[in-house]
Design a protein around this ligand. Structure first.
Ligand SMILES: [Zn+2]
Length: 512
């Protein structure tokens, strides 16, 4: 007997439909899975065997072949357990013709515990979204109910294999296999950390405001204790709210990585701060069973890399692709997978390996060669992709002791939102979302140089050894400064302000 059950799989962050064909033929008892299953899918054999038996069904002592189609696409995940188990029941006549007929309307996803109960699985949201397009109803584990609600696809949530079969055989009705709607929990405010907590550091705060307003990348260089991490952690609090589309995109990535937790639709911009000992694969994504990395988990949000120069050289180099294209492409033997990775990079580093260079109170114990080697870890091409570099000086006592508080995050955010609104209108109908991501044609159209600016830029190019890419970045950043001011055109003063944020170019130490 042959049975065919529909389920899903994921490529990149998109779901697609997979057919699970189960054939039972006379022969030595065996269960084989074909059609590019990865190790997780092959392991499902043992779980399915136990779950079928422990649910009170017979496990056929015959030769069972499971074929997953389309054959050319790799299938990974644990959610194939349930469709395989149902296929075996249908192919061994343990489901009535009626129930099998009913089952054809469903897309079935779920991992099975050995006792036949359903367990949560990763990547349910993208598969549900594809299910909606297919006009099918989904079967999902109860623990994945929030993703079901986000997808807006019709779904049921049986607790066990037995319960699902009872429903298909019409021994119980739909209310028994469907969790009632759970309202979205009120999310906590974006962050309780406020910019007014950080004393002094006006230049760094301004750089972060520009970064938030135009989607620019920032590098902060300063002595330990100057507030680099404090500032970075407060950065998400001045970013604009997520659009519905952006929220859905990030939620899909978190669904694939099984990081949904208790939230439904992620409503806050992600803030990821991986340690500098992170592996390339964990940072960028990939592996034998590819998963999105930190750069994709930071998509539409912030990637904070503290101790920037301590990251391995290869980690820093692999960052170049997402910084340039807003996505990462992972090539494997049979196929290529892409994950979105458009984040704002906020990086921080000490001025030297011992951290005391420029400290009036503690002597720096590094040799000039050590300092040079340390700074040169951030290569020229990587530095070219950072729009704003800012030096943080030790906070003066007078700043620290100030009774009047600095600006609050809410005040800064208001200006950021205004500048973003100008950009939204400017880029309406295009895929560009902020000044930092302008195409060459947009750069030409929206960033005409003010009179006399040619000479300034030419001099800067010669003096600081700027690349053509750096000049583009300068113009894009100047556009954002002009937007913050509500100025229609870029003016010379905006260009001059941008020049302040390139201290590494100026010293030339980072060019290797
Ligand atoms: Zn030092």
């Amino acid at each position: 007997m042959l049975a065919n059950i529909r389920t899903g799989a994921i490529k990149g962050i998109e779901g697609f439909e997979v057919s699970v064909e189960v054939d039972i033929a006379p022969g030595l008892p065996s269960l084989s899975v074909v059609g590019l299953p990865d190790i997780e899918v092959r392991e499902s054999k043992d779980r399915v065997t136990a779950a079928v038996r422990n649910s009170g069904f017979d496990f056929p002592s015959k030769r069972i072949t499971v074929n997953l189609g389309p054959a050319e696409l790799r299938k990974s995940g644990t959610h194939f357990d349930l469709p395989i188990a149902l296929g075996i029941l249908a192919a061994s006549d343990q489901l009535s013709a009626n129930a099998t007929q009913k089952l054809s309307r469903f897309l079935v996803l779920g991992e099975l515990a050995l006792d036949g109960s359903l367990r949560p699985c990763a990547g349910v949201l993208p598969m549900l979204i594809s299910c909606k397009k297919l006009n099918k109803t989904a079967v999902i584990p109860p623990q994945n109910v929030l993703e079901g609600q986000v997808s807006a696809a019709p779904f049921i949530t049986p607790h066990t294999l037995r319960e699902l079969v009872d429903y298909l055989e019409e021994r119980i009705d739909e209310t028994a296999v469907k969790i009632q709607f759970i309202p979205q929990e009120e999310t906590a405010p974006q962050t309780e950390l406020d910019f007014s907590d950080v004393k002094g550091q006006a230049l760094a705060k301004r750089a972060l405001e520009i970064a938030a307003a135009g989607g620019h990348n920032v590098l902060m260089i300063g002595l330990p204790g100057t507030g680099k991490s404090m500032l970075a952690k407060r950065f998400p609090g001045i970013l604009p709210p997520l659009t519905q589309e952006e929220a859905l995109e990030i939620t899909k990535i978190y669904s694939i990585c099984n990081l949904m937790g208790k939230s439904k639709l992620l409503t806050q911009r992600p803030f990821r701060d991986p340690h500098h000992t992170i592996s390339d694969v964990a940072l960028i994504g990939g592996g034998s069973n590819p998963r999105p990395g930190e750069v994709s988990l930071a998509h539409n949000g912030v990637l904070f890399l503290d101790e920037f120069a301590e990251f391995s050289r290869s980690s820093l180099e692999v960052l170049r692709e997402p910084l340039e294209n807003g996505q990462v492409t992972i090539s494997r033997a049979k196929e290529t997978v892409s994950y979105p990775a458009r984040f704002t990079l906020v990086a921080a580093m000490n001025p030297c390996p011992c951290g005391n260079l420029g400290n009036p109170l503690k002597p720096c114990t590094c040799t000039p060669m050590q300092i040079n080697r340390y700074k040169s870890r951030i290569s020229g091409p990587l530095l070219d992709r950072i729009d704003l570099t800012v030096n943080l000086n030790p906070v003066k006592y007078t700043d620290w002791n100030k009774h009047s508080e600095g600006e609050t995050s809410a005040q800064i955010r208001e200006r950021v939102l205004k500048a973003r609104e100008i950009q939204r209108k400017r880029f309406a109908g295009t895929t560009t979302t902020a000044n930092a991501f302008m195409t060459p044609a947009q750069l030409k159209a929206f960033c005409p140089l003010p009179p006399g600016a040619d000479t300034i830029l030419e001099a800067a190019m010669r003096k600081f050894g700027l690349s053509a890419r750096s000049l583009d970045k300068i113009l894009k950043t100047a556009r954002t400064i002009a937007d913050l001011e509500g100025s229609e055109n870029i003016e010379t003063k905006h260009l001059i302000e941008v020049m302040q944020y390139r201290p590494l170019d100026r010293k030339g130490v980072a060019d290797v």
